[in-house]
Every structure is written in structure tokens, then in C-alpha cells.
Design a protein around this ligand. Structure first.
Ligand SMILES: Cc1cc2nc3c(=O)[nH]c(=O)nc-3n(C[C@H](O)[C@H](O)[C@H](O)COP(=O)(O)O)c2cc1C
Length: 135
């Protein structure tokens, strides 16, 4: 059984830009090795993440992430069982100032949501759009 979790959180003050970069790279290499898919975005003090994969791995990873001192104020938006291989790959990015306030979500981000059931895809697209601040 595969499972998807989507949440937002606030970066802790003492975490530097360099540590964020390292965190994104580490999470990408760990997740690719464990077959975990989704997206991790950072923008102006906040994280937006979707993780999808084997349910036992996802629940255990989310517990680890929850306890990570790098962030706080985790708000889980979605936690749901999904069809096999709903997501396409794993993408991490730091949003620059000029990427905020654009009119649509970059295709490279929405592509990661392609295989999802339409209702879940809509929810996640809306959350991602709100995070990126598209209008
Ligand atoms: C916002 C945020 C997202 C994270 N996402 C992942 C992730 O997707 N995969 C991952 O392996 N670690 C992720 N981590 C890091 C984990 O919390 C943890 O530090 C990492 O898995 C290394 O754990 P270990 O030292 O027990 O091996 C994330 C941390 C934060 C703060």
C-alpha cells in the first residue's frame, strides 16, 4: 500500500541558507534510494513537502521529519493511501523572490503530481499554488 503526506512548516531561525541547501540535497538522495517520491520546496522561511511511497516508509519518515529540529509548526494537509506509483519522481527547490507571485505553478512542479487521482491532484495543486503564491 502506498501513502501520500503533504504538509507545510516553518524553518527554525538558526538554520542557515547553506543548511537548507544541504537538507534539500540529503532528502533528495535519501528519497531516491528509498523509492520515495514527491516534492520539497522552501520559500521565505517555510517548507512545503509532499512525500509518497510505501506506507510503512512514509509514516516512519514523517515521524523522523516531525522530530527534526530544523523546523516547527508542522501543519499536515493530506495523509492518504494512494494508487501504486502515483507520483513522478522527487523534486526539491528553493524558490527565489522572483518565482513568487507568478501566474501559474511551474510545470516541473505540477508534473510530479501527474499520476494522482484527480481530487487529490486538485488539492495538492491548490496547496502548492498557495505556497508559491500564484494568482
Ligand atoms: C522540512 C524537512 C523535510 C525533510 N524531508 C526529508 C525527506 O524527504 N527525506 C529524508 O530522508 N529526510 C528528510 N528530512 C531530514 C530528516 O528529518 C532527517 O534529518 C534525515 O532523514 C536524516 O536522518 P538520520 O540522521 O536519522 O539518518 C527533512 C527535514 C526537514 C526539516
Amino acid at each position: 500500500m502506498r501513502h501520500a503526506i503533504c504538509y507545510v512548516s516553518n524553518k527554525n531561525k538558526e538554520i542557515s541558507d547553506f543548511q537548507i541547501q544541504e537538507l534539500l540535497e540529503e532528502s533528495a538522495s535519501n528519497n531516491i534510494l528509498s523509492g520515495i517520491k514527491g516534492v520539497l520546496l522552501y520559500s521565505e522561511g517555510n517548507f512545503f513537502q509532499i512525500i509518497e511511497g510505501e506506507k510503512v516508509f512514509i509514516l516512519s519518515l514523517f515521524e523522523t521529519i516531525r522530530q527534526d529540529a530544523g523546523h516547527h509548526g508542522i501543519i499536515q494537509i493530506v495523509g492518504r493511501d494512494v494508487e501504486q506509483d502515483a507520483f513522478d519522481g522527487y523534486k526539491t527547490d528553493i524558490l527565489s523572490g522572483d518565482m513568487k507571485y507568478q501566474t501559474s505553478i511551474p510545470k516541473e512542479y505540477t508534473d510530479t503530481l501527474e499520476g494522482l487521482p484527480w481530487d487529490l491532484k486538485k488539492i495538492m495543486e491548490r496547496m502548492m499554488g498557495t505556497f508559491i503564491d500564484t494568482h
